[in-house]
Write a protein of this length. Structure first.
Length: 183
């Protein structure tokens, strides 16, 4: 039995003025990439996180989605998390890339970024959007002082494989992650 999450209806998401910070937003085709505070787009995030969950997480988790946005907001306030977003030309959130920031335990005094989620809605995939979005996020992370970036690939559980993109961007596979639910 899987924990399918009901899609949140579009009309239930109240538009909030977009507030970018830290770095100048960039455009690619009809899309804008930026760094946004989670607290300003929680309901929009919940909508696309639901889509992401239903595409990948339900294949190995039986629990329903229950993101802790308060913790993410707290981590952002402590410079331990950043949220990159993609918005279309109407201002609708169509993708996101969230990173935990921490000092590496392998290299003294080196900041690392570990991806928590990377998702672009199905209807907006292709045409170089993911690659350009990733490159924007990397440029920003480097400006923050990040020396190591770690990302995952959800292909084993139903997501589109990021291996071609990651290889082009210089990533090397270093491990295979396994998850087990315990109660």
């Amino acid at each position: 039995m899987t924990a399918q999450v009901t899609q949140i209806e579009q009309e239930s998401v109240q538009p909030v003025p977009i507030q970018y910070y830290g770095f100048r937003p960039e455009t690619y085709k009809e899309f804008t990439f930026g760094l946004e505070p989670t607290e300003h787009c929680v309901e929009e995030l919940r909508k696309i996180h639901t889509e992401h969950w239903n595409e990948t997480e339900v294949l190995y988790l039986s629990r329903p989605m229950d993101p802790d946005y308060d913790s993410i907001i707290s981590m952002e306030a402590n410079r331990q998390f950043v949220l990159f977003t993609i918005r279309d030309d109407s201002g609708t959130l169509v993708g996101n890339f969230g990173f935990y920031l921490a000092l590496s335990t392998h290299f003294k005094n080196q900041l690392m970024a570990k991806e928590d989620f990377f998702f672009i809605t199905k209807e907006h995939r292709g045409g170089g959007l993911a690659r350009n979005f990733y490159q924007y996020a990397e440029r920003c992370l480097v400006q923050l002082g990040v020396k190591l970036i770690g990302v995952s690939d959800k292909a084993p559980c139903g997501g589109k494989s990021l291996e071609p993109l990651l290889a082009k961007e210089g990533f090397k596979p270093v491990s295979t992650a396994y998850v087990k639910e315990v109660f």
